[in-house]
Design a protein around this ligand. Structure first.
Ligand SMILES: [Zn+2]
Ligand SMILES: [Zn+2]
Length: 238
């Protein structure tokens, strides 16, 4: 009824569409081409020593099992993300979650199990207040709907009083991220002795992986958690 009264228009081409990115534009969004690093999802030239891992991941222990990103960074993609995050673009969560759904289908390990629980990367209370929503939370909820999974808000973001991650060097980002995320302390009536074994961390962008590492490190401390995978919309710098 609502969609009949207010037909959606595609954010990219302006045509009327059921969702705010039409199927044609969705098809054209730039996916990450194979071969990729099986660990972090980076596109590789396929010439590194270990064919399954990029030079950055070779021989490095990682707190997450695998990380995958749906799209490459292009101006168009970044504009879409910008709309989604900063311009009340909450309606974009549905079409963007379709991309994560597609990525899931292409990731054998995710398909192998059906007991995954989605965990959004949190934002600070201040951001939540000014923006009105957590973009990662909206993505997780839409993805959960598509895949019939559960979402658990297990993490919280502390306000570390440090300038935005985007302006920091790689080492500073890593330290900042490690301080910024922690597991939510459950209310006493929700206290649990065990957590789901398999978690998928959901976020919009993947830059150096420091947020994913920090969050996965925290989640793996929870009793019962065995595997943490990471799904993000865009890989920055690829
Ligand atoms: Zn379109
Ligand atoms: Zn890698």
């Amino acid at each position: 009824m609502l969609s009949w009264l207010f037909p959606a228009t595609c954010e990219l081409c302006g045509e009327n569409a059921e969702l705010t990115v039409c199927p044609g534009c969705m098809q054209k969004l730039p996916r990450i081409p194979a071969p990729i690093c099986l660990h972090c999802g980076a596109p590789t030239a396929g010439q590194q020593t270990d064919p399954d891992r990029c030079e950055n991941c070779a021989g490095q222990p990682r707190p997450f099992l695998l990380a995958r990103q749906a799209l490459r960074q292009t101006d168009e993609v970044m504009q879409l993300i910008y709309q989604f995050k900063y311009h009340r673009g909450i309606h974009l969560a549905r079409p963007l979650a379709q991309l994560l759904h597609e990525l899931w289908e292409q990731t054998p390990h995710l398909r192998r199990h059906d007991d995954w629980v989605l965990v959004p990367v949190p934002v600070t209370q201040e951001k939540l207040y000014t923006r009105g929503y957590n973009q990662a939370g909206e993505l997780a909820r839409q993805l959960a709907r598509l895949r019939h999974l559960r979402v658990m808000d297990l993490l919280e973001r502390r306000d570390t009083g440090i300038i935005s991650q985007t302006r920091l060097t790689a080492t500073a980002r890593r330290l900042n991220a490690m301080r910024a995320y922690r597991c939510r302390r459950p209310r006493f009536w929700q206290r649990r002795t065990t957590y789901p074994a398999r978690l998928v961390l959901v976020d919009d962008v993947f830059t150096t992986g420091s947020t994913a590492r920090a969050c996965a490190t925290q989640l793996r401390k929870l009793p019962g958690v065995k595997e943490v995978a990471v799904l993000c919309l865009v890989r920055i710098g690829a």
